[in-house]
Design a protein around this ligand. Structure first.
Ligand code: HEC
Ligand code: HEC
Length: 213
């Protein structure tokens, strides 16, 4: 009797675990799961969202994890977010670029109203990345910053070096290296003509020279 109850509890636990895992990443079980998994790297968890109890955070968690991992609002600058959010909406409606794929795999995906879309976009803008201002950091256009310039704007704008201290930057750059591997961008261990070279030392040196003090 005791064993049966324990076993039942174990199954219940397993079942709940599976349900939770599925609810967390519903797209994982789709035939396109492996492709979708690569769109945004894992690791940015809901609890890391800024102002987690705001309407913007709530709506982001409602709509923006239906097809891929949660994106950090600090990934893009304020200028770019509204168009990115806009690009996602037709997909949630089962239309547009990749609409067929989205429609077949995503029966039951929910699309935001225009009002919700605006809240999501405003939330992302508010917590966005600040782009590097080349007037403040003219070195960015010189050869010493060549690797930084080419490598670090493949996925988002060049970040403001003042965002982090010299002590913090190497860890951020190391995480970006992982993001590049994950998202399948150039990691440049072997030179390919015309492709950006990843010279980590140069990139760290540039960022640390101009870091926040
Ligand atoms: C219906 C599926 C779907 C939903 C829901 C969805 N996305 Fe996407 N998202 C995609 C696909 C497919 C791509 C890859 C193609 C591309 O970049 O447009 C993508 C790519 C991205 C990228 C990486 C490309 C880039 O420009 O940096 C970001 C960031 C992103 N989505 C943010 C969001 C946000 C924010 C939301 C919520 C408003 C959201 N997504 C909701 C399907 C979706
Ligand atoms: C393959 C795409 C990709 C490339 C290339 C890339 N990043 Fe990122 N970056 C991301 C993603 C995804 C995020 C959000 C998740 C995160 O913070 O890891 C991000 C976020 C950031 C942030 C904001 C978060 C924070 O911790 O401050 C900074 C700053 C940043 N990147 C700097 C860089 C630098 C410097 C480089 C060049 C070494 C770089 N990125 C290259 C994908 C990329």
């Amino acid at each position: 009797m005791g064993i049966a109850v324990a076993r039942f509890n174990l199954f219940l636990l397993l079942f709940l675990f599976c349900v939770a895992a599925k609810a967390d990443k519903p797209w994982k079980d789709s035939p396109h799961g492996p492709m979708l998994e690569r769109i945004i790297p894992p690791g940015f968890e809901p609890r890391m969202l800024p102002e987690p109890s705001s309407e913007g955070a709530r709506l982001t968690l409602r709509y923006c994890v239906q097809c891929h991992n949660l994106a950090n609002p600090a990934m893009h600058d304020a200028g770019r977010w509204p168009s990115i959010v806009r690009r996602m909406v037709p997909r949630m409606e089962g239309k547009g670029n990749m609409g067929k794929l989205m429609a077949e795999m995503m029966a039951g995906v929910e699309a935001p109203s225009l009002a919700d879309e605006r809240v999501i976009a405003a939330y992302h803008r508010k917590h966005a990345q600040r782009p590097l201002d080349p007037k403040k950091f003219p070195e960015v256009n010189t050869p010493t910053a060549a690797s930084f310039r080419r490598v670090c704007n493949q996925c988002h704008v060049l970040p403001d070096p003042r965002r982090h201290t010299a002590k913090e930057w190497p860890a951020v750059v190391a995480r970006m290296q992982k993001n590049m591997e994950w998202m399948n961008r150039v990691v440049g261990s072997k030179p390919v003509p015309g492709e950006p070279q990843l010279k980590i030392e140069d990139i760290n040196a540039f960022l640390m020279r101009h870091a926040r003090r």
